[in-house]
Design a protein around this ligand. Structure first.
Ligand code: R5P
Length: 294
């Protein structure tokens, strides 16, 4: 196996290559003045299993094109198999038709990757696992939640309350609970499909005097975490933390969350940011080792 160092995930890809002790392939890349992407693989791919590590956070469309170009270049240069390791998979939230006339964007992304030469996908905490069924090749979803929970154990928060900001994320809070050893619960959340506005409510949770960690797959605008933190404060939580796998943290999100009384935001390096305090490298390295031996 050779690890192709995707331009969007250079630090993470380097760490993974070191952990699995395999050869790295650098990628020369640039954006032309008109906005088009260019990539060139700087290594021989003949007969190799190429693992391309490339996240697809903003600018999503360019990151996806770079990924497709790297896959096609690997195949064109003799790779026998291409595995796309995409820690944050863009467009996964549009996994169904919510309003008439919409596209199922993640399905189109899957077909585009297949057409480019991708043979397998490894991703991390995809928004809904059901979307994996739309990929026309084997697709594996890893969970970084135990690693995030372990970060809080190391900081002395064993026993903290693991809270999901909506019912759909309860399984995430429960995964964290396995490591933290405390309680888990969720808030009710309703989203207006036209405005995108959400409203959260709390039913039957006892967080008074407790340290609470809100676990979610993504923090984007921060609205979900801010809403949850406000409810937790009203309910008398002693301390509130926010943990997510994909810290997109758009615009003023970080400030809004800290202003809402959240003590710390902890994300992974699926999306490089100053809040990316937990590395996915061991998780991805183990998954690639299993793929090679399996
Ligand atoms: C939605 O269902 C996701 O799990 C996240 O809760 C959502 O993407 C967070 O978005 P925001 O930070 O904009 O509230």
């Amino acid at each position: 196996m050779k690890v192709i160092i995707g331009p969007a995930s250079t630090a993470l890809a380097e760490k993974v290559a070191e952990l699995i002790r395999c050869e790295k392939v650098s990628v020369a890349f640039k954006t032309f003045p008109d906005g088009e992407s260019y990539i060139r693989l700087e290594g021989c791919m003949q007969g190799e299993h190429a693992a391309i590590i490339q996240t697809t956070c903003a600018p999503q469309d360019s990151r996806l094109m770079q990924l497709a170009f790297m896959a096609a270049a690997a195949k064109r240069n003799g790779a026998r198999k291409v595995t796309a390791v995409v820690p944050y998979l863009a467009y996964a939230r549009q996994d169904k038709v919510f309003l008439a006339g919409e596209n199922i964007s993640i399905e189109t992304v899957a077909q585009m990757l297949k057409a480019a030469g991708v043979d397998a996908l490894v991703t991390v905490n995809i928004h809904a696992e059901s979307a994996l069924g739309m990929f026309p090749f084997p697709a594996k979803n890893l969970s970084a939640i135990p690693l995030l929970a372990e970060y809080f154990v190391q900081k002395g928060y064993r026993g903290a309350f693991a809270l999901a900001p909506d019912k759909g994320a309860l399984y995430i809070a429960q995964q964290a609970q396995q490591v933290l050893g405390g309680e888990a619960g969720y808030l009710e959340k309703q989203r207006d499909r036209y405005t995108g506005q959400t409203k959260q409510t709390c039913k039957g949770l006892d967080v008074k005097g407790k340290a609470v960690i809100i676990f979610d797959d993504i923090i984007s605008t921060g609205g979900t975490i801010v809403g949850a933190a406000e409810i937790l404060r009203e309910q008398g939580a002693a301390k509130v933390f926010a943990a997510c796998v994909h810290p997109l943290l758009i615009g003023e999100a970080e400030k809004r969350i800290l202003d809402a009384g959240v003590e710390e935001i902890v994300g992974t390096d699926s999306v490089p940011s100053r809040n990316s305090k937990v590395s996915l490298a061991p998780l991805i390295a183990n998954a690639l080792k299993a793929l090679e031996s399996g």
